[in-house]
Write a new protein. Sequence first.
Length: 201
Amino acid sequence: MDLFKSFYRPCSVLFFLTIGLLQFQPCFSWADSYPEKNRVDAELLADAVRVAEEIDALRSTLAASLDPEEMEVNKETFALVCKPVGMRAKKIAIQKDWEFFQLAIKYRNPKNKADPQAVKATNLFKRYPELRGFWANDTRPGKMAFRYFRRITIEPACLACHGEKEKRPEFIKKKYLDDRAFGFSPDDLRGVYSISFKVKK
């Protein structure tokens, strides 16, 4: 059975698509799963989507400022171009009592290793390149109730650190001995943003 076709429908939150697998339920399928008092309101859903777009726009803007042919890619460059994205996401997560991570199958930092549900989300994005983001019930034991996944796409400037293995900056080679985040090309799927939060009581 083609689960994507079975659950596919436009999402009423902006223009994003909603899809489902056995544990990836449609955007508003929680209406049948949770009591009225526990349902997630549309504003909260929209806010998570908006924040994911904000973070990705920041990532794109900072990446566009990097020209590997004119500047050396080192720790200082990383602090100016890549680090602010994670810091901004962390700040928002604290303010809103969310979990906000950048996860990947081909991770660099083990802390960003995709969990089983994120792996399935990544594979779904690979299967459907036009899919930008979707909602899911959080299947991790003891974790949040709802989860939003948004794709992360490789941009040309990203290849300075995520391109050919031999051309990675020396500080990355030394710091991340089990690095797997290389071998990408422009427009490849890099990983996913994962935003999780509890349903309202």
